[in-house]
Design a protein around this ligand. Structure first.
Ligand SMILES: [Fe+2]
Length: 298
C-alpha cells in the first residue's frame, strides 16, 4: 500500500540555481549533494525529499512513493505484473543514493517513472529551514502533492486507482480542464491527473504546504523581490481549500506554495466541482508553459 509522497526528482541545466532558490525562496534546507552533483533539499526530518539532478533539459525524472514496507511494495509489484508492467528491484547502490532501505521502480502507462520505497532515512540533525518560516506540513501526509497531465485519462484513472491503490477525492470538470484528485492519507490529494492537451504526458506542479499562512505571504513577497515569476496569483482551491500561489522554479516546473489544506478520512465521499478555485489563482506569464516534459532518466 502507498502511504505518502516520499520524494520527487527532476533534471535541469539550472540545477545549481536551486542552491539559492530552495533555501532562500522556498525555505527548505540545502544538504549534501548527490553522487552526480544533484542539489538535495530537506523539508522535515527526512534526509531529503527533493533532488534536482544535472541534465541537459528540464524534466521530471521520478516520483517516489512511501509504502507500508517491502511486503506492501511487493503487493503493488504483483498487481503491476498482473496489469502487464514489469517493476525492477533497485540495486543497493541505487537505494543508498535515494537514502532509503530499498525500492522497486516502474514506468506507468503514461511514461512516468515511479519508485515504491520503504525505509526513508531520517536525519539525526533537526530540520533547519533556509529562511525564517514555521516549517512544512509533511509527516504522515508526505512531501505534498504532484499533478500530472496524461494523454489517456481513463486509462490512468484505472491504473492509479485499481493497480496502485489511490482513492478518489473528487473530480473537477472545468473545460478544457478535466481532472481526478486522489488521496492515500489525510491529505486531500497526494496525486492529481488531468487530461493532457496533446498525446504526451507532462508534469504540471509540485505542491508543498507550509505550517502558517504567513509563510505563504512572505514567500510571495520574496518572489516579487527576486523577480521569480508568479504563474498563478494568490487564491484558494475549491476542493482542498488550499490558500496558495504558483511560482515558476528554475527547473521549469511549477511549485504550488500553500497553506491550510483540507484533511480527508476513510468516510470521505468523492465530490464534484466545476471550478478549480473559489477565488484568485489568476493565470500570469502565459509565455511560461505549465507543461513540463517527463524524462524518466534516473
Ligand atoms: Fe495543487
Amino acid at each position: 500500500m502507498i502511504t505518502s509522497l516520499a520524494y520527487f526528482g527532476a533534471t535541469s541545466p539550472n540545477y545549481k540555481e536551486w542552491e539559492h532558490f530552495g533555501p532562500c525562496i522556498l525555505g527548505c534546507e540545502l544538504v549534501e549533494p548527490g553522487p552526480d552533483g544533484a542539489v538535495r533539499l530537506r523539508f522535515d526530518e527526512m534526509a531529503y525529499r527533493l533532488a534536482i539532478h544535472p541534465g541537459e533539459e528540464n524534466g521530471v525524472a521520478y516520483i517516489g512513493w512511501e509504502t507500508t514496507g517491502i511486503e506492501g511494495a511487493e503487493d503493488i509489484v504483483a498487481r503491476l505484473t498482473e496489469y502487464g508492467i514489469n517493476a525492477q528491484r533497485a540495486s543497493t547502490e541505487e537505494a543508498i543514493e535515494r537514502k532509503v532501505l530499498g525500492f522497486y521502480w516502474f514506468i506507468d502507462p503514461a511514461g512516468i517513472r515511479h519508485e515504491l520505497i520503504w525505509g526513508q532515512m531520517r536525519s539525526k540533525i533537526p530540520f533547519h529551514p533556509g529562511r525564517a518560516i514555521s516549517g512544512f506540513r509533511t509527516g504522515d501526509q508526505g512531501l505534498g502533492h504532484v499533478v500530472l497531465a496524461v494523454p489517456d485519462l481513463e486509462q490512468s484513472d484505472h491504473f492509479y486507482r485499481d493497480v496502485l491503490g489511490f482513492k478518489l477525492s473528487d473530480t473537477v470538470d472545468m473545460p478544457p480542464i478535466y481532472a481526478f484528485f486522489y488521496h492515500v492519507n489525510g491529505r486531500h490529494h497526494s496525486l492529481a491527473v488531468a487530461r493532457a492537451p496533446g498525446d504526451k504526458a507532462a508534469f504540471l506542479h509540485l505542491m508543498v504546504e507550509t505550517n502558517s499562512l504567513e509563510d505563504v505571504g512572505t514567500g510571495l513577497d520574496l518572489c516579487l523581490t527576486h523577480d521569480i515569476p508568479i504563474t498563478r496569483t494568490l487564491g484558494c482551491h475549491t476542493n482542498d481549500r488550499m490558500v496558495s500561489f504558483y511560482l515558476h522554479s528554475p527547473a521549469g516546473f511549477r511549485i504550488e506554495y500553500g497553506w491550510g489544506g483540507l484533511d480527508v478520512d476513510d468516510l470521505w465521499v468523492p465530490r464534484y466541482y466545476d471550478q478549480t478555485s473559489a477565488w484568485g489563482h489568476h493565470h500570469q506569464h502565459p509565455e511560461l508553459s505549465p507543461f513540463l516534459p517527463i524524462t524518466p532518466a534516473k
